[in-house]
Design a protein around this ligand. Sequence first.
Ligand code: AMP
Ligand code: ZN
Length: 136
Amino acid sequence: MDECIFCKIVKGDIPCAQVYADEKIIAFLDIAPISKGHTLIIPKVHYENLWEVPEDLGNDILRAMQKIGNGILKATGAQGLNVVMNNFPAAGQVIPHAHWHLIPRFKGDGLFKIVQGKYDSNDEIMALADKIKNNI
Ligand code: AMP
Ligand code: ZN
């Protein structure tokens, strides 16, 4: 993956404001932060999206999120933290190297709220739940 920006960061070809690194993972501040302390966690190996990430690495990423998330909360004084992963362009994925956004949140920051839809009819919800269940 020669042209991947995040692979270049892993190799050290592009600088980053690194906050964490281990054998499999690095984390660095987002160059265009949504809030102060907005951090990206990426695997060192190039996987494009959630489904390519191997299970054991998924565990390591979860642990790293907990550790790094703690550091972000302490360092920024944030009262909350969103973890966001964009998969595929329709979901806003711009860089096709799997990554998780850690976004510190402050009371009343008015940034965004993931759950802000309208109530759907019970029949539709139950039918869709069945459809998804049958596709898992
Ligand atoms: P996504 O839309 O989920 O693919 O997010 C890509 C993120 O990478 C955006 O929030 C960008 O601001 C961030 N980004 C792009 N280039 C760099 C870079 N060189 N260093 C740090 N963050 C970057
Ligand atoms: Zn890459």
